[in-house]
Each structure stands twice: as C-alpha cells, then as structure tokens.
Design a protein around this ligand. Structure first.
Ligand code: SAM
Length: 318
C-alpha cells in the first residue's frame, strides 16, 4: 500500500519522504562497532565536549525557570535520541519529561534507559515522570499525542536536531510549532544546531564541494547559491554519522519563531559559550571531570561509551 502511495507522489514529495526515512533509519541503526581505537577516542572527546555544553546550558536554563518561580518543571526533549540528556534532567530535578523522536528504536532505548535509571535510583530520590513518543516532529503535532492534554512546558530542548527540519518551510514550521506552542508564558526553547554561516564560509574557501579533515567531513551538492530551505549537505563523522542535514538560516528561523511570540534571548557559537562558561568554577570542574575520562573500559569495568556523565555518576557511586 505504501508503495502504491509512493507511486502517486510527485518526485519532490518522494524526495521529502526519502529524507525523513533516511534520518530515522540512520539513527535507528546507529552503532559504534568496528571503529579504530583512535577514531573512538576522538569521537569520545567530541561527544564529551558536546555533553558538557548541553549540561551547562540545561543547568543554567533550569536555574532561570526556577528563579522565575516555576514549581513543577515540565520539559519537552524534542529529538531526544537514545536519551543522552536523561541524566541532565535528573540532575536538574525536573518533575516531568516528554521525550519525542522520529527513530523508534532510539525512543525504545531512551525508555529502557529511563526505566533503568528509576530502578537504580536511591530510595529518597524522586525521579521525574516521563512519556515517550515516536513521531516525525516535523510532520506530526505532538500536542495530540500527549497523555496529559493540558500539559504545558517550561522548557523545550532541541539538541542537534532542528537542522533536519529545514528541508522545507512546512517541516521547519511544524517542528517550531511543536517546540513552542506548548510553552508556558516565559518558557524557553533551547537548542544546538550547526552554524550555517560558518558552513558556507568553509565551503566557499574550499576548492571542492567538501571540507573537513580527519574527524568529520561536510559535503555539499553545489555552491554559490543557498536556498532558504532544503539546502542540503552531508555530515560525515568517522563512519559513525553519515546523514543528510540542512542549513538553518538563523535570521529566518528567528523571524519564524515570532509567530509563537518567541523572542531571541541568546545565541552563541560553541567556542564563545565555552570561553564564557568555563570561567565558572562549577562548570570548569565538570569539564575537567568529563575530559579526564578514558574512552575505553577502565579497570573497574565501566565503559564511558555513551554518556560521560553517566560514567561520572556511576563512578561517584562505586
Ligand atoms: N538530542 C539528542 C542528543 O543530543 O543526544 C539526539 C541528537 S541526534 C544528533 C539527532 C536526533 O534527531 C536523532 O535521534 C534523530 O532521530 C532526531 N530527528 C531527526 N529528525 C527528526 C524529526 N523530524 N522528528 C523527530 N526527531 C528527529
């Protein structure tokens, strides 16, 4: 039946379908097997850096929300993946989390991780309640899938995800709608996404259609003209990630968000964010802890393969 439907589609619609399927299939199948030790360690340190950055961002956002008087904190993790941020929400002491992702296998793993976390928690610790949703958030309305139809969020966190939706205006709008329409007044939409200006700058400076060296490679289909939506490139990370992504033209994104009464509070590049935050003692010490971890199984048998924080946490309790 699906094939029949596909037959009837115009070529452009077919392409749109292909990309969503490609992204979901890619993340569903993602496994780090057979990589050389060198590659594993490079990816490991990069992932730790990203995790540190997200920890700081999430921690500071939760402080803001609490400072503004929110008692029961609810969060939407839009494009939650395998639940790499679950521990951050646990540390932040939130009350409710909704995890949504297009990749069903990842959502299952996220839920398993959450169940494990709950099982292993200390008797006095109150772990947040959670709902897990498999959905293409650039096509489907999440509010229709919520267990609690009245639920409003203090924060929507969209980490390394929003760029997939910039394939078309329709998709980018739906993703934005999912991120913003259920925010409480004064709520925050936080996220991380590649810097389109930097990508284009590096492409233009390259004498081919790609740039990047050993760890990652970015490949465009053409250069010189960059459509607002659907400007596709391939991001390749040491054989681990190879997936089509789309440039997010930030001024347009900011403009689009105004329809949800959103106002830009802060936008920073990773390097500047790092410079600023690492000056704070607590952030610096977390960074030191995360960077000191070993990418391979250590003597105590713990492997810091997925989330360095989980590893830190496990070690603290050993
Ligand atoms: N946010 C997680 C993190 O920081 O660890 C995962 C980031 S991963 C780079 C990107 C995630 O976006 C994948 O899990 C992918 O399945 C999800 N994704 C991509 N397009 C999506 C869509 N249209 N709807 C929901 N999730 C999507």
């Amino acid at each position: 039946h699906v094939e029949d439907e596909e037959e009837k589609m115009s070529p452009s619609k077919k392409q749109v379908l292909d990309h969503s399927v490609k992204v979901a299939t890619h993340y569903n199948q993602l496994q780090e097997v057979g990589l050389a030790a060198r590659s594993r360690s490079r990816i490991f340190f990069m992932r730790n850096f990203n995790n540190w950055l997200k920890s700081v961002l999430i921690g500071e956002m939760l402080e803001q929300v609490r400072g503004a008087g929110s008692q029961q904190v609810s969060v939407l993790d839009l494009g939650c993946g395998k639940g790499g941020d679950l521990l951050k929400w646990r540390r932040g002491g939130i009350d409710h989390l909704v995890c949504a992702d297009i990749a069903g296998v990842s959502v299952e793993q996220c839920q398993i991780r959450y169940d494990e976390m709950k099982k292993k928690s200390h008797r006095n610790e109150k772990i947040f309640t959670a709902q897990f949703i498999t959905a293409d958030c650039s096509k489907e309305l999440l509010s229709e899938k919520l267990d609690d139809a009245e639920l409003m969020f203090d924060i929507c966190s969209c980490q390394f995800v929003y760029h997939y939706s910039f394939e078309s205006e329709q998709k980018a709008n739906m993703m934005l709608r999912n991120a913003c329409e259920r925010l409480k007044p004064g709520g925050y939409f936080i996220g991380t996404t590649p810097d389109a200006f930097e990508l284009v700058k590096r492409l233009e400076a390259s004498d081919s259609l790609s740039f990047g060296k050993e760890v990652f490679k970015v490949t465009f289909q053409s250069k010189g003209s960059y459509p607002l939506f659907g400007c596709q490139y391939h991001f390749n990370l040491e054989e681990v990630v190879n997936v089509p992504e789309f440039l997010v033209y930030f001024p347009l994104f900011e403009h689009m968000a105004k329809q949800y009464n959103m106002q830009l509070v802060q936008k920073q590049r990773f390097a500047d964010f790092f410079e600023e935050k690492v000056k704070k003692e607590n952030h610096r010490s977390l960074m030191m802890k995360m960077m000191a971890l070993e990418p391979f199984p250590s003597e105590d048998g713990l492997q810091a393969s997925d989330s360095a924080e989980e590893y830190c946490h496990a070690k603290e309790h050993c």
